[in-house]
Design a protein around this ligand. Structure first.
Ligand code: F6P
Ligand code: MG
Length: 441
């Protein structure tokens, strides 16, 4: 049997990977530099002259990085000691070993896109930790917060919807409950449009009430395995003994509006008793502009709690309570910010793999997680999802993702070709979405 196909890479001139490395990544670096500039007086207020020196240092490191990228220099090892430095440098050596025959070095426009893109975000982090006392500065925080504030109206609508639903949830029959489940799933799917790295760091917020648009958006769901999720969880609920648990794990993606949609989904899972425990996984360091860190998640719950809107603040209070009571558990792990595809998890992060194996269902939010699930490769559109997972089957899992990269598997014969004929850039505009399930039915 032939092995998995080649990785997406910027070496394919004109591809989305190429355009990302050529244009979008330098734009993100320029924005990051600008953010540091704009926080100069804040650094001075906090740390005096030392703060100013640190700002200068971080800016010069980021400018150097941008130059390396734009002139396609070899990828260099990380230098600053951090928990994952050795793993990164080993991975770089592995990339080098793949090129040994040609005597080449891993480079920005030559190596796998997934690797170089992750590497850029890791180097941004390195520039910050090399610049104390501003070494805990989250360069993307401002953008994430802005996305949250600009989505207020939609957040109010979502929280109100959830709280109204809670009042009658016990009285719903099976069919009504299933319909409500499908609604919160779709809300969480379309919440994934709000990623800030696709737009080169410009904010994309949710200004309209998403709930009213769900019907209109349905035709854009290309793979729809929501029924599988329902059968799996409703069976767990039926079979569950009194003291036993049903655990759903959510591998989070973006903070801001998307995170609120994920928390709404998680709250619904508990209230409907489809699950009894939720584990969330976030990032340990700022990542792909908008990804959720522990700090972002705490910040959002705190904001909601103090909202003037009674249903929004009720959500904040309830959610904080879920955390206190251990019904919701937030975990981070360094693996999520490594460049490895998920099929490498049993070797690279066996502890994390063992944790995931205990879930009844794992939901992977967002585009980057899909790229890592499928190895970010040039798969044929009709290859089964199970095959593209390349042995990664810790538990039944589902990708909930809007498409923002040129990788998609598990389509019907002809479906991809038809889309290409009518909407040439359907894979990368974030307009289409999937619920793609893998696991025993
Ligand atoms: O820079 C491109 C990318 O990796 C795309 O795959 C996607 O646009 C984005 O970054 C991340 O999207 P998400 O937040 O949905 O993982
Ligand atoms: Mg993201």
């Amino acid at each position: 049997m032939a092995g998995p196909p080649v990785s997406l890479s910027a070496r394919d001139v004109g591809s989305f990977a190429y355009l990302t490395v050529k244009d979008r990544l330098p734009q993100i670096l320029t924005k990051a530099i600008d953010t540091l500039h704009r926080h100069k007086s804040e650094f001075f207020k906090k740390h005096g002259e030392k703060g100013l020196e640190a700002e200068k240092k971080a800016i010069s490191l980021l400018s150097k990085l941008r130059n390396e990228l734009q002139t396609d220099k070899p990828i260099v090892p990380l230098v600053e000691k951090f928990v994952d430095t050795d793993l990164w440098n080993q991975y770089l050596e592995y990339q080098q070993s793949l090129l040994n025959e040609s005597n080449g070095k891993p480079r920005w426009f030559l190596s796998p896109w997934l690797f170089v893109e992750c590497y850029m975000y890791r180097r941004i982090h390195e520039a910050i930790i090399q610049s104390p006392p501003i070494d805990d500065f989250d360069i993307f925080k401002e953008l994430k917060d802005q996305n949250f504030f600009e989505s207020q109206e939609s957040i109010i609508a979502l929280c109100t919807h959830l709280q109204e639903l809670m009042k009658t949830i016990e009285e719903l029959d099976e069919n009504q409950l299933k319909n409500e489940f499908f609604k919160v799933l779709q809300i969480s799917l379309w919440g994934n449009k709000c990623d800030l790295s696709l737009s080169g760091g410009k904010t994309i917020s949710q200004k309209t009430n998403l709930i009213n648009s769900l019907e209109d958006l349905k035709p854009f769901i290309l793979v729809n395995d929501m029924e599988h999720l329902w059968s799996l969880l409703s069976n767990c609920k039926k079979k569950r003994e009194k003291a036993s648990i049903t655990r759903v794990d959510i591998v989070l993606d973006n903070s801001g509006f998307e995170l609120v949609t994920d928390l709404v989904l998680a709250d619904f899972l508990l209230s409907s008793k489809l699950a009894t425990e939720i584990h969330f996984y976030g990032k340990t360091i700022p990542w792909f502009v908008s990804d959720t860190t522990l700090h972002d998640s705490n910040w959002i719950i705190e904001q909601l709690k103090h909202s003037n809107h009674k249903w929004v603040s009720k959500c904040g209070v309830d959610w904080e309570n879920h955390i206190k009571m251990g019904r919701w558990v937030y975990l981070d792990h360094i693996f999520w910010t490594l460049p490895h595809e998920f099929s490498a998890m049993p070797q690279v992060a066996p502890d994390l793999y063992a944790t995931l194996q205990k879930a009844h269902l794992i939901l992977f939010k967002g585009d980057l997680n899909y790229r890592k699930l499928t190895g970010d490769r040039r798969w044929e559109f009709t290859v089964p999802f199970h095959e593209a997972l390349n042995g990664f089957h810790p538990a039944p899992l589902c990708s909930i993702r809007t498409l923002k990269a040129e990788v998609q598997v598990g389509l019907q014969p002809g479906q991809g070709e038809q889309l290409t004929a009518s909407v040439p850039n359907w894979l990368t505009i974030g307009k289409y979405g999937i619920f793609q399930f893998d696991g025993p039915l």
